[in-house]
Design a protein around this ligand. Sequence first.
Ligand SMILES: NC(=O)c1ccc[n+]([C@@H]2O[C@H](COP(=O)([O-])OP(=O)(O)OC[C@H]3O[C@@H](n4cnc5c(N)ncnc54)[C@H](OP(=O)(O)O)[C@@H]3O)[C@@H](O)[C@H]2O)c1
Length: 269
Amino acid sequence: MKTNYFTLITGASQGFGKALAIECAKREMNLFLIDLPGTGLNNLQEFLKQNFGIKVYSFSIDLSSTEDCKELVKFIHHQKIELKYLINNAGVLSKGFFHEVDLKYYLKQIEVNICAPTLLIKLFYDQLKRNAPSGILNVSSMASYFSLPTKQVYGATKAYLYSLSRSLNLEFKSEDIWVSIVCPGGMNTNPYMCYKNRTMGWFAKLSIMDPEEVAAITMDAFLERKEVIIPGTVNKFYLALGKLIPQSVRDSITTKEMNRFRAAGLSVG
Ligand SMILES: NC(=O)c1ccc[n+]([C@@H]2O[C@H](COP(=O)([O-])OP(=O)(O)OC[C@H]3O[C@@H](n4cnc5c(N)ncnc54)[C@H](OP(=O)(O)O)[C@@H]3O)[C@@H](O)[C@H]2O)c1
């Protein structure tokens, strides 16, 4: 797929974003990678350039800042970089019980998980339209389908992305821009997630996947223009089961998981 177009990925320095960047590089897609300042994206940039023969730019910004996002757009226009794909991956993960987590944390979570993707889609819309057929991939979560203690605000931000993506996919169809949403289950992306995932019960643990595997499934499905991407058979099974069993049984399962989380002392204030 060698072209002069670029794919922008937010939150690319680690975890799922890094795995998506490598999957794109394998498909010879030029990359424009975003991370927070000082997180070592340069190493990944060099690695991808040398090993896959693609063009890679990196840019450090705080996505919770509207001004930073506007600077990014200015830079892209100035460098005459043409985007064909936009991947909104960066996200602030869940942290603990509502009363224990600082309000500032939730406001940042809303800014990064909701405001930034909305803003980037708005700011890059004209470019994506010009370069159509083009695509937007938003990273949601299985948490968008369930009511989960300790993932209250997180789950709500992911449900927003799910709803936004499906509506935009209909709206942008006439412009030949498709919008996909991926809803991964648990992934061992960073030390906190690895530890947290280990505290889960056997039933929930079955769904844990490596970010590399999820990224490969996601990129294949995204490039095939699939609207809703649920990686992994177990996650698909959970969704189907969730529709069949009564709410009271679902609530009792999630309460058990919440108690494990509490027992592991993972709640961070
Ligand atoms: N891990 C899971 O189990 C799981 C499950 C379902 C969905 N997801 C979703 O997958 C995506 C990636 O998650 P992950 O587990 O890979 O998380 P992660 O390891 O914490 O990585 C998050 C990425 O987002 C970036 N980021 C966070 N705040 C930012 C900000 N203010 N400005 C710019 N970049 C920012 C981080 O940049 P820096 O590296 O520069 O800090 C990092 O690259 C998220 O949207 C998450 O909700 C994860």
